[in-house]
Design a protein around this ligand. Structure first.
Ligand code: PMP
Length: 406
């Protein structure tokens, strides 16, 4: 079994060893973006220092190296999420772009009054592109209702599926609350109803193993920067038969077979959906991030994160005057809360003054906030590098905020 020496793992993240205003940085905002290990930073540097060239184009050696390294990451991603074919992996700029590419790419396949089911707790990135598609086609969006504990109401979901929706847009793990949806069951039911399925995995990918074939979805999307990789790269996984039907959102170089003024023939997957020069350095950094994660004992990492999250939930609960939202034993990565009647931004500022980084606001989930009748809330989120001391620093700081405000 692989070793799990937490101090040594944490020490690989240079940002975490700095002080903020003379206090130890306590980073609890990994759900917004994760910190990067030295190996990822080195991989990006090395590409620029040694191998910088455009991919796929030139015959020279630097380009060959860049192309080799870029395409090797595609295979790495394929293995990481267990997709069936390497050309089912499309490099995008992030989850947002991936979902936009699917919504744009399917527009021609939609008719007026086609139904799209969308998770009420979805991130705006998994709502707004469908609204744009609906606007253009006359399709109808129906939110999937939530239970009191803010999990998906499966009975209501089944009723909506009886309307034979054309597409179902699901969230694997919600970013605002950390709710883990029973994604295999939800996807299976949608498939039985004949719907196309897209799963937003942005908050799942860093926390547990993903197997897209086991989930059985048509599309699975995520961002590199939330899984210890660089910003600027994301993944669109699509089942080949349906991925190949998407109308490209971007057209131009790289994605064609032939071009003449009589017309253009598009190339095949994956190039057809990767017009223009991609974020080569970010892709190479993503490869290093996958290597970093794959070298760790995933079961022990998961256990560590779950122990920390439960400790965090319990400490918040014990502090008093705290409202927790949708916090359950099966959640992953995230705790959402407010301090009595205090504004979440005030709490955030007072925490920041003590070196604590959390996020406060609507978390790009305004429909969920409306459902909760909230303007916003604070969110503390963890990554594999966090430790018990981070939680204790956070709780101590929040206790001071409470004494100050209440
Ligand atoms: N979906 C979820 C669930 C997210 O957490 C995020 C990032 N906050 C996104 C989509 C959008 O990701 P990105 O900003 O990297 O495109």
């Amino acid at each position: 079994t692989k070793a799990f020496e937490h101090d040594a793992i944490r020490a690989q993240f240079p940002t975490l060893s700095q002080q903020i205003d003379g206090q130890t940085l306590c980073y609890l905002d990994t759900a917004a973006t994760s910190q990067k290990p030295q190996s990822v930073i080195n991989a990006v540097n090395q590409y620029y220092q040694l191998n910088n060239a455009n991919v796929h184009r030139a015959a020279h050696q630097l380009s060959a190296r860049a192309t080799r390294d870029y395409e090797a990451v595609r295979s790495q991603v394929q293995g990481f999420i267990n997709s069936n074919r390497v050309d089912e992996i499309i490099f995008t700029h992030g989850t947002t772009e991936s979902i936009n590419m699917v919504a744009h790419g399917l527009t021609a396949q939609f008719d007026k009054d086609d139904i799209i089911l969308v998770d009420t707790a979805a991130h705006h990135a998994n709502i707004v592109p469908w609204q744009q598609l609906a606007k253009q086609t006359g399709a109808i969006i129906k939110p999937i209702p939530l239970n009191d504990d803010l999990t998906i109401d499966v009975d209501a979901y089944e009723q909506l599926l009886s309307l034979a929706p054309k597409l179902v847009a699901l969230t694997h793990v919600t970013n605002a609350l950390g709710t883990v949806n029973p994604i295999i069951e939800l996807t299976q039911k949608a498939k039985q109803a004949g719907a196309i399925t897209l799963v937003d995995g942005a908050q799942a990918i860093a926390h547990f193993a993903i197997d897209v074939q086991q989930i059985g979805c048509d599309f699975y999307v995520f961002s590199g920067h939330k899984m210890y990789g660089p910003t600027g790269v994301g993944i669109l996984y699509g089942r080949y038969q349906i991925l190949d039907t998407l109308t490209p959102m971007l057209t131009g170089g790289e994605m064609i077979k032939t071009v003449s003024f009589n017309g253009t023939e598009f190339g095949s997957l994956p190039n057809k959906l990767e017009a223009g020069t991609p974020a080569i350095s970010a892709v190479i950094g993503l490869g290093a991030a996958i290597s970093f994660m794959s070298d760790l004992p995933s079961d022990l990492v998961e256990q560590h994160e779950q122990t920390l999250l439960h400790y965090l939930q319990q400490q918040l609960d014990q502090l008093g005057d705290i409202s927790l939202y949708g916090a359950g034993p099966n959640n992953v990565g995230v705790v959402a809360f407010n301090l009595a009647g205090e504004h979440h931004q005030d709490v955030g500022i007072l925490l920041d003054q003590q070196g604590i980084a959390v996020r406060c606001g609507h978390h790009c989930a305004m429909p969920l906030m409306q459902h909760l009748n909230l303007k916003g809330c604070c969110r503390a989120s963890i990554g594999l590098y966090n430790n018990k001391q981070d939680i204790d620093l956070f709780i101590d700081a929040l206790r001071k905020v409470k004494e100050l405000l209440l």
